[in-house]
Design a protein around this ligand. Structure first.
Ligand SMILES: C[S@@+](CC[C@H](N)C(=O)[O-])C[C@H]1O[C@@H](n2cnc3c(N)ncnc32)[C@H](O)[C@@H]1O
Length: 244
């Protein structure tokens, strides 16, 4: 990777020292990677560079307010590491698994983890659904990955009973919750809370949806896969099997 903090990297704004505290130097190096390699490799648009801190690093770091101490976290659809890598560097108490299907992105993530010297991060190249029934986490995070109904289908099977899905969402989160009422029931959602994270530090706090997992999902793995938009069983396959 090229020299991480280049002249293109915007300087950290004053709010960053409060949000990142002792992790600020690491956050600055990660900002440098995004502004250079991240742009060159097409993982982040050049127009995002001037607003890297406000729109990306700071609003992802404050998601930590919704994550308990010392837990394991899975960030699905991490892209260039948002919010998973930011959480990992700002919260060394967490063990973070970044799940991302695209090779170009996992290569960047692995290199960034190495360059930043992070020892609490695992990068997994996969679609979230491929981990269903194999892995479980206390917290499953995401940003800009899918509309709520599909996101529940991908995330909730990865959440351990008593844990939570913690998703960064936009202003229409309440409408999304209403539209996904059936999916929330099917996926055994307990308490559903909308949080405003970073309200004390940021001009534009992050809207975060927290959905508790009761472990009472009414769906098996196959049904969860089709509810999440995955392949459905072939029509008529049961009849054909019987006739064999
Ligand atoms: C719009 S990008 C968001 C990236 C990052 N979270 C961010 O906020 O910058 C959506 C990401 O989700 C990934 N993705 C799409 N389907 C997925 C799935 N089924 N499981 C995990 N990741 C997925 C894509 O490869 C892409 O990196």
């Amino acid at each position: 990777m090229s020299d991480s903090v280049s002249r293109e990297t915007p300087p950290a704004p004053p709010a960053a020292s409060g949000v990142f505290a002792a992790s600020l130097p690491l956050a600055e190096r990660y900002a440098g990677l995004l502004a250079t390699d991240g742009v060159v490799r097409g993982l982040i648009g050049p127009r995002e560079v001037p607003r890297l801190w406000e729109r990306h690093l700071l609003n992802c770091a404050v998601l930590g307010e919704a994550v308990p101490e010392g837990v394991d976290v899975c960030d699905i659809g991490s892209g260039a590491g948002l919010p998973g890598l930011v959480l990992a560097l700002s919260r060394p108490d967490l063990r973070v698994t970044l799940v991302e299907p695209l090779l170009r992105r996992t290569t960047f993530l692995e290199e960034a983890v190495h360059e930043l010297g992070l020892t609490n991060v695992e990068v997994v190249r996969a679609r979230a659904e491929e981990l269903h029934g194999k892995r479980e986490f206390s917290v499953v995070t995401s940003r800009a990955v899918a509309p709520l109904e599909r996101l529940l289908g991908w995330s909730m099977p990865l959440v351990r009973q008593g844990g939570a899905m913690v998703a960064m969402k936009g202003a229409s989160v309440q409408d999304e919750i209403e539209a996904a009422a059936g999916a929330l029931r099917r996926h055994g959602a307990g308490e559903v809370t909308v949080l405003s994270c970073g309200a004390d530090e940021l001009d534009a706090p992050s809207t975060v949806l927290r959905v508790e997992a009761t472990g009472l999902s009414r769906l098996g793995w196959d049904a969860q896969r089709s509810a999440a938009g995955g392949p459905r069983p072939e029509r008529g396959s049961r009849r054909r099997r019987k006739g064999r």
